[in-house]
Write a protein that binds this ligand. Structure first.
Ligand SMILES: [Zn+2]
Length: 199
């Protein structure tokens, strides 16, 4: 092992799954066009779209979020919302077998929601990277040390992407009436981001 990296944690703990980036490729193209999309991706060092199993450094994903907020204030809300839902759909297709989806849809929604939370926790490294995903109650999720909160996002609840991600996931797999909103955020000096699920 290279002595310069001997005491660093494994790279995978500071990387996120491709599903955290790939949705922005099409969402940005739809909202601002391919040229502006390419410029955004290139400016954060993501010239190529990551392949499905590729891990992407958290810093690049955070930089892409910052870029979107700063380049397209106002429109960013819709873009993060759409990208979060696409990411959730990618997660469903890759992590939940069709038979399991059918089972979830046919059981009491409270039990389905509990199982969906468990499945999310098992796969959390893909979308929380070095952060820590926790199920606080059956209807409250948390991300500690959210890797997508940086110094340029102080003082605002900003995790629209995650809220849309969780909302779509629970709507798709447990009950279509679930809504999810962020009720506290690392960007507001909380030590974790909290996502409340309601019906
Ligand atoms: Zn947050």
């Amino acid at each position: 092992m290279d002595s310069d990296t001997a005491f660093l944690p494994p790279k995978s703990t500071h990387a996120l799954g491709a599903l955290m980036v790939a949705p922005f490729w099409t969402v940005l193209e739809q909202h601002v066009g391919a040229a502006a999309r390419d410029e955004a991706f290139a400016s954060v060092g993501l010239e190529l779209m990551p392949s499905d199993n590729e891990m992407v450094p958290e810093a690049k994903v955070l930089a892409l979020h910052d870029y979107i907020r700063e380049a397209w204030p106002g429109a960013d809300v819709q873009m993060f919302d759409e990208a979060g839902r696409v990411a959730a759909e990618m997660f469903v297709v890759s992590a939940v077998a069709p038979q399991a989806r059918l089972l979830l849809q046919n059981m009491p929604f409270s039990m389905a929601a509990w199982l969906v939370g468990k499945s999310v926790r098992l796969n959390a490294a893909q979308f929380t990277g070095s952060g820590l995903f926790a199920i606080q109650t059956t209807s409250r999720l948390a991300i500690y040390k959210n890797p997508l909160i940086g110094p340029r996002q102080r003082g605002a609840r900003t995790c629209l992407f995650y809220a849309a991600f969780f909302e779509h996931l629970f709507q798709r797999l447990a009950h279509r009436d679930f809504i999810c909103s962020e009720t506290s955020c690392c960007a507001d000096d909380s030590d974790h981001c909290t996502f409340q699920l309601k019906m």
